[in-house]
Design a protein around this ligand. Structure first.
Ligand code: ADE
Length: 429
């Protein structure tokens, strides 16, 4: 693919569903902002300090009320803030409208857009010639490096939100193809320990319930993958009364799942047992043709991993004699023997397709990390190499402290006696 780069002044300003949706979007953004005190404190500092004056920051994120508050924080810091959808099904169209109308932020994303529109939107955002990229899945970084390489000299660095995107960035480093320093925001403790676990846990169950309205209590819920997202899904499914089965390939994580009290087995054994299946592995065809072949009539399958590759829906489509949309984000596939398998959210992130993603309170910390990661890239311009970096632990501690403070919780500090004890080695039994 070749694309001509426009001068930023002539770049298209938005491509969204309907500007008239802005009043409702504005209410959503303000509602989320109430639960984002850490990001708000950062925004107030940025307003005073203007760290991003003259910089263009393109964010490729799920277009949600929480992301809106990140984009306005960047703008408050002086940036030209531009937003594109990081997934065809996750856009909240009212939020997109408000960002354009109320905040003057160019937005490219329409809920339900097709693959061609998604790619066109990525390229429209790149027409702004970004200096910093906030990515969620590394699609913008990969597109720029592969197809718009004339823009590389403008970019001082990028940040990445997801585990999946970080895997891609590290593969780029191994290939010698990463042209700037990148910050792995997901690796911050105040990101993955909370967003991946409590955020994905709650929003995934929320998505399944909104899509199906089935009772979770008493169901066999199969969770594929026991990383932080899988841990959250398993924990919340159990909390709602499900019998949870975990599948894993990593022996340590499998052992953790066993000792957390879950049944652990290969997917081939879990397939005939499950009522509801959730994939959160980041890998391809975790639920494959031979698994669909042995599932119960009425089994529901969905994915909460970043890309829609975890369910082999091509095989399921070939196996099906008919397909029948039942409700929004739920489609029945009838197999030759009469069994029906229900696919939720087209195999895309169920928590963002059928629900609203993670709640604001947890995105507060994720997006505080994003805002501070952009500041870190700007402040350290010229001193970082083309590697994948984790933010300094002090940033994590600052975010955790601000979050605790906003909840009215104070914690202990080390006494001088404790500090001295930790620094000494001579005292023992
Ligand atoms: N990823 C998961 N939940 C999200 C949200 N609410 N906003 C942006 N990205 C998300």
């Amino acid at each position: 693919m070749t694309t001509t780069t426009l001068e930023p002044e002539t770049a298209q300003r938005h491509d969204i569903k309907d500007l008239a949706l802005s009043p409702q979007g504005r209410k959503q953004i303000d509602w989320a902002d109430r639960d984002m005190p850490v990001l708000r404190a950062i925004r107030e500092r940025f307003e005073r300090e203007q760290p991003f004056k003259g910089l263009k920051v393109v964010s490729c994120n799920h277009i949600t009320k929480e992301t809106a508050n990140l984009c306005r924080t960047l703008k408050a810091g002086g940036a030209d803030s531009i937003l594109i959808a990081s997934n065809p099904l996750s856009t909240q169209d009212d939020v997109a409208a408000s960002l354009v109308v109320d905040f003057g932020i160019p937005v490219f994303g329409i809920k339900g857009e097709d693959a061609a529109t998604y790619t066109r939107h990525v390229n429209l955002a790149l027409d702004f010639q970004p200096n910093v990229i906030i990515d969620d899945g590394s699609d913008v970084v990969a597109t720029l490096v592969q197809h718009r390489s004339e823009l590389i000299p403008h970019v001082l660095g990028s940040t990445e939100e997801t585990t999946t995107g970080i895997v891609r960035l590290k593969a780029m480093v191994a290939d010698g193809k990463l042209p700037w320093p990148a910050i792995a925001v997901n690796d911050a403790q105040t990101k993955h320990l909370f967003d991946n676990r409590y955020g994905t846990g709650q929003s995934t169950l929320d998505g399944i319930i909104r899509a199906t309205n089935v009772l979770i209590a008493g169901k066999n819920v199969v969770v594929a993958g026991y990383g932080w997202c899988g841990k959250g899904c398993a924990m919340r499914a159990r909390g709602l009364g499900a019998n949870v089965i975990v599948t894993e390939i990593d022996p340590i994580k499998a052992l953790e799942a066993v000792m957390d009290g879950f049944r652990v087995m290969p997917m081939a054994e879990a397939a005939p047992l499950g009522d509801i299946f959730v994939t959160v592995t980041g890998n391809r065809h975790v639920i494959d043709k031979h698994h669909f072949a042995v599932m119960r009539d009425g089994a529901m399958v969905c994915n909460s991993g970043h890309f829609d590759i975890e369910l082999n829906l091509v095989s399921l489509t070939e196996m099906a004699t008919s397909r029948n949309p039942i409700r929004p984000f739920m489609e029945g596939f009838t197999l030759a023997d009469g069994r029906q398998i229900f696919v939720l959210g087209e195999g895309r992130l169920i928590n963002l397709a059928a629900a609203e993603g993670h709640p604001a309170s947890v995105m507060d910390m994720s997006f505080a990390n994003q805002a501070l990661a952009v500041e870190y890239l700007v402040k350290n311009k010229g001193t970082l190499t083309n590697q994948v970096y984790t933010l300094p632990v002090e940033v994590d501690h600052t975010i955790a402290r601000l979050k605790l403070q906003s909840m009215g919780i104070s914690v202990d500090t080390l006494t001088p006696e404790m500090v001295a004890y930790q620094a000494s080695w001579s005292e023992g039994t």
